[in-house]
Ligand binder design. Sequence first.
Ligand SMILES: Cc1cc2nc3c(=O)[nH]c(=O)nc-3n(C[C@H](O)[C@H](O)[C@H](O)COP(=O)(O)OP(=O)(O)OC[C@H]3O[C@@H](n4cnc5c(N)ncnc54)[C@H](O)[C@@H]3O)c2cc1C
Ligand SMILES: NC(=O)c1ccc[n+]([C@@H]2O[C@H](COP(=O)([O-])OP(=O)(O)OC[C@H]3O[C@@H](n4cnc5c(N)ncnc54)[C@H](OP(=O)(O)O)[C@@H]3O)[C@@H](O)[C@H]2O)c1
Length: 437
Amino acid sequence: MTSPAAGGPLRVAVVGAGPAGVYTADSLTKKDPTTEVDIFDRLPAPFGLLRYGVAPDHMKMKNLAGTLQKVIDNPTVRFFGNVELGRDITTTELLADYHAVVYTVGASTDRPMGIPGEHLRGSIAATDFVAWYCGHPDAEAQPVELDAQHAAVIGLGNVALDVARILVRDPEEMAPTDVPDSVLDALRASKIRDVHIVGRRGPEHVKFTLKELREMGELPGVDVVVDPAHFGNVPDELEKNLAKMVEEMRSWSTRESTGAPRRLHLHFFAPPQEVLGTERVEGLTIKRGDGVETLPVGLVFRSIGYLGVPVPGVPFDEANKIVPTADHRVVGGQVEIGEYAAGWVKRGATGVIGTNRSDADHTVEVIVGDRDQLLARDVKPGSAEELIRARVAQLVTIEGWAGIDAQEKALGEKRGNVRVKVHTWQSMLEAAGHTLG
Ligand SMILES: Cc1cc2nc3c(=O)[nH]c(=O)nc-3n(C[C@H](O)[C@H](O)[C@H](O)COP(=O)(O)OP(=O)(O)OC[C@H]3O[C@@H](n4cnc5c(N)ncnc54)[C@H](O)[C@@H]3O)c2cc1C
Ligand SMILES: NC(=O)c1ccc[n+]([C@@H]2O[C@H](COP(=O)([O-])OP(=O)(O)OC[C@H]3O[C@@H](n4cnc5c(N)ncnc54)[C@H](OP(=O)(O)O)[C@@H]3O)[C@@H](O)[C@H]2O)c1
């Protein structure tokens, strides 16, 4: 380790090892290589939604894990997995050990639609579906049954595109990805042939990005169906990328059917009204002009945004579902100076992975500016680690994560892939070197 800067090394706890957390550690250690950063995550594996959100068929994006890995391999950065703030350690305990605590816990729950029938069997939050196909250990308890010909995906954002693409894509194209075998089997057995993307507004209001949208029009074995009438009132003047997206979708509206085995339907100006059914989903009503139309779907995936969840001991803005901050410092925290936030938990659930890099940089600039006040805080280095080691029998350090990583690569080799996810709590902890009863 380099010799400490004047005033001694700054000790920072980062809670959440997603992109925002890892970029925070990176920025802190780049600004001052003596900074000691411990990153905690409730999961045994780092990288948050890069690992458990980014779609498995976007394999190039997943390679970013290599860059994030280099950060946690830095000698002054440590990873402590299977440690949940609020369950295994408290904010007070972290603040007693570290000069600063940065909350980067993301936004892990779904935004509800608030319509009748939303909680019938077969009405699924994108958060749960995404967690399932990404092999998130919490998803093992809720296997997904893709047992209907028609499925609706509500929302016009990139997550809706991911969900729709995974549902409509030829499952054999998922075989080279890291999805667990159980997910691949379920996709192969899927009865879904028609996926309906349902948006409450028009083509000029989509939240997609161009590359992701274009991909939908190029999926082998999939016809895209969209009514040309939806483009009648689109304004002439639109932002450049939006104009390109509207043109792309307009071009789909005049495509002839090729008789492909699966279809992707786009419905605009169609606010969802009710999920129909008694025990499970039997249809979805959508508003159409002055009337109501029923889509004959047996599955409904709501993909209308992610929301933050409160963490015990951390201030929470209930209205916006974020940790409240002013100039990146947490408002209403336990100490005057010492608590910060970055990423989705601070900004809300918008922005791509790269957005969190500049966002983390902004938070770190403020931490560095507060350095003298932070170093004046009376802390007892090592006290939190002592508590965690006593409380968390299956602590996962960087070595444990290396064990999970190695096992995933070995599983991948069997399927001819780079990696296949180890996806249950038990198998992850065992791969991390723990013996479970
Ligand atoms: C389905 C989906 C697909 C996406 N695809 C892309 C894509 O292809 N390209 C792109 O650029 N962006 C994509 N994004 C956006 C990108 O994932 C986010 O911008 C980014 O992950 C947000 O980073 P974060 O660190 O704030 O949150 P997260 O990535 O959610 O990380 C938060 C971390 O905190 C941990 N945590 C939560 N609570 C606690 C606690 N109490 N104690 C300890 N740890 C805790 C979590 O386990 C998690 O690891 C996607 C988002 C979603 C939802
Ligand atoms: N490949 C990638 O780069 C990638 C992949 C996935 C996610 N991401 C990023 O992750 C972030 C989150 O994505 P997201 O798709 O979850 O969110 P998003 O981009 O905010 O999109 C949410 C969608 O839900 C709609 N919606 C909200 N409330 C609704 C309601 N009650 N009824 C019907 N529709 C409703 C919104 O419509 P209105 O506009 O009408 O409100 C919007 O179309 C985004 O920044 C996204 O770009 C990136």
